[in-house]
Write a protein that binds this ligand. Structure first.
Ligand code: VOV
Length: 248
């Protein structure tokens, strides 16, 4: 008998990645570039304001490599709000100088594997903190989508819940070694996007991503079952550093 995993779901999540059209950007006069950036910074200020009111959260990072230049990660109580943010950006002047590179839609998810409580988990403050998280603004981000395999003996979805729970326990034990070094936000995307989960990791030291992900590759939950999409890695882009980043 299949035993579907139960999840606790929180804020909806948009990962929005853009590449900068530097050629067109460089052609703009300095004062126009400044106006465009002022408009963008006010948008970021709205995200900060929303976060301070605990009505959502945001992360702004510059991405290294050719897959993208900027990543906005936005959390909101509804999908409609995510659409509004996306639209506001698309209608902003900066969007004329950036090209959509990738996007990912999901919802912050906690598996019930480790949840032992009774009643509504959303009334538990420690659970609320995890499904309605204020995203860290640590120096580095690593984002990738992933699936769990459905092939022959390695079919995650045909495994008894107890066995999946054991594997997730082992997975959690590996992850716990990185407490304080890597913070993970797992978002579920079945029905929302092309992969089953989004994995977003934050670290002060970028090397910790490689160490954690490599160690997890040897753990059964990943070694047997995990399949990965594209990886994006980047550096935090604080509001006050935006002008410097766009300087040409
Ligand atoms: C910082 C490290 C870290 C820690 C502590 C951690 C812990 C935990 C726990 C305790 C649990 C289970 C309960 C829940 O919370 O859902 C999970 C769940 C999950 N994880 Fe995880 N994970 C980490 C990190 C971490 C990484 C690096 C990855 C990517 C895998 C890899 O190989 O690249 C990952 C994936 C996931 C996924 C896709 C799920 C959901 C699977 C499902 O079937 O539901 N995760 N995770």
């Amino acid at each position: 008998m299949p035993e579907p995993a139960e999840t606790i779901d929180g804020w909806y999540c948009l990962h929005d990645l853009r590449s900068i059209d530097w050629t067109s950007w460089k052609r703009l006069p300095q004062d126009e570039r400044q106006q465009i950036l002022d408009e963008f910074v006010s948008m970021v200020e709205e995200w900060i304001d929303n976060e301070q009111k605990e009505e959502g959260s945001y992360a702004l990072y510059s991405i290294v490599g050719q897959k993208a230049d900027l990543m906005f990660m936005l959390l909101r109580p509804t999908m409609e709000e995510l659409e509004q943010i996306e639209k506001a950006y698309n209608q902003s002047r900066l969007a004329e100088y950036t090209i959509p590179a990738y996007s990912y839609i999901s919802v912050v998810e906690l598996g019930k594997y480790m949840f032992r409580g009774e009643g509504d988990p959303l009334e538990d403050p420690s659970i609320r903190e995890r499904v309605f998280p204020i995203l860290p603004k640590w120096e580095h981000i690593c984002f990738y989508p992933m699936d769990k395999k459905r092939e022959g003996e390695d079919n995650w979805y045909m495994m008894p819940a107890k066995d999946r729970g054991q594997l997730m326990y082992g997975h959690g034990m590996v992850g716990r070694k990185y407490a304080g070094y890597v913070k993970q936000v797992i978002t579920g995307s079945v029905g929302f996007d092309d992969w089953e989960w989004g994995v977003t990791l934050f670290a002060h030291d970028v090397l910790q991503f490689k160490k954690l992900i490599y160690e997890m590759r040897f753990d059964e939950a990943s070694a047997r079952f995990a399949e990965f999409g594209p990886f994006y890695v980047g550096n935090v882009l604080e509001k006050d550093k935006i002008a410097g980043y766009f300087q040409v």
